[in-house]
Design a protein around this ligand. Structure first.
Ligand SMILES: N[C@@H](Cc1c[nH]c[nH+]1)C(=O)O
Length: 374
């Protein structure tokens, strides 16, 4: 009632947990040498709908400004940050952000994200740093049961390179791959390519799960230089991730890019108990081409709402209630420091719906104020 569909008020722990996720994130990024960046909530639609970013206008929250230009609420941090950094000409390579993105094609419309973007950094270093940070954040939030899934855009892009596909047909094939519709994938690939490509793509639909799959594909593609380079790269990053004991590592070789700007490794993090998405990201070395400049980049964004749902931060703080009056308020406030690490509530009357570990009354004892236990 009184709110557009998708908008909602929130109270108490939901808000608190979300803020705590952001606090933990801020500490981590500071310690890892990231610099914070903020871009405006309102931008031109074209920043996101141009062919390098490729978002659909219909999915954006948009309106016309006075000059007849279309403006939107920020639907994506990565492309907004690219727009901002290209003018900044800074040598800083590691950037971090927090704030909402808005898209009509996602439940709830508003999604709160925290994330990082790393530019102009050697491939393996930048990609590992993204996942090291993800591991640190999840574990600091006490989320220990999680899986990191790796994919690579070039598997699909390389295999379909020789096919005579228009972009719309290619997108249809991508969507069929994404939805893991084997028959449809086979049919489109056979129509525009050949039987070999169709077989290869159809097989990839099932190439997800344990990292052991990489061994099969190492053999299968041993004579295809570009494909075995992809497997080699995935193997190298997996070895690094194993060494730091990141959660479960999985692969999905049939994964296609969910955002048009990805070009290389893609990663996602899931909570193991219910499969909720914790983070998503990847390499996007071609996004900056729109500004006629070559910038290599990789990054990821966390879903703050899902993390806040999952995290377990035990609050063992003692809850103390000091019952005061108009005349003893100041005394009660000064007394609060006796419980520096507790949660202290000053009230006139005890609220029976709140449970306290200790209730204290401020009493006047011969003109001297003192605190007595209930
Ligand atoms: N912007 C991406 C996440 C990302 C950050 N950097 C690279 N990818 C998303 O919203 O899913």
């Amino acid at each position: 009632m009184f709110l557009p569909s998708g908008s909602q008020d929130e109270f108490g722990n939901v808000v608190r947990n979300r803020n705590m996720v952001c606090e933990v994130f801020r500490e981590i990024i500071e310690d890892r040498g990231f610099v914070e960046i903020s871009t405006p909530l309102v931008e031109y639609a074209s920043t996101f709908t141009n062919k390098y970013v490729g978002m659909e206008l219909q999915n954006l929250l948009k309106w016309f400004n006075r000059n007849g230009e279309i403006e939107v609420l920020r639907p994506d941090w990565t492309s907004a940050i690219a727009r901002a950094l290209v003018r900044l000409k800074s040598k800083q390579t590691k950037w971090a952000y927090q704030g909402s993105v808005f898209r009509e094609d996602q439940p709830g419309i508003e999604k709160r994200q925290i994330g990082i973007e790393i530019i102009q950094t050697p491939k393996l270093l930048g990609e590992s740093e993204c996942l090291f940070l993800a591991k640190e954040l999840l574990e600091k939030l006490n989320i220990h049961e999680y899986a990191v899934e790796l994919g690579h855009t070039d598997i699909f892009e390389e295999l379909t390179k020789t096919m005579e596909l228009k972009e719309a047909e290619k997108e249809r094939l991508r969507v069929a791959m994404h939805n893991k519709r084997k028959d449809e994938v086979y049919a489109i690939a056979a129509q525009y390519g050949d039987k070999n490509i169709a077989d290869e793509l159809a097989l990839l639909i099932d190439a997800y799960g344990s990292v052991d799959i990489l061994k099969d594909y190492e053999k299968r593609w041993s004579k295809k230089e570009s494909m075995s380079a992809i497997i080699h790269h995935l193997n190298r990053i997996i070895a690094i991730l194993k060494e730091v004991n990141i959660g479960d590592i999985m692969v999905d070789l049939g994964r296609v890019k969910n955002l048009p700007y990805y070009s290389g490794i893609m990663f996602r993090g899931y909570s193991s108990d219910n499969g909720d998405l914790c983070f998503s990201g990847g390499r996007y070395d071609k996004l900056y081409d729109q500004f006629d400049t070559k910038v290599s980049a990789v990054g990821l964004a966390f879903d703050v709402d899902n993390l806040a749902n999952k995290m377990e931060i035990s609050s063992k703080k003692e809850r103390v209630c000091i019952v005061a009056t108009d005349d003893t308020l100041a005394f009660a406030e000064k007394y609060r420091k006796e419980y520096k690490h507790g949660i202290v509530d000053i009230v006139y009357e005890i609220n029976p719906f709140v449970s306290y570990d200790k209730v204290l009354y401020v009493k006047n004892n011969n003109d001297k104020l003192e605190v007595v236990k209930a």
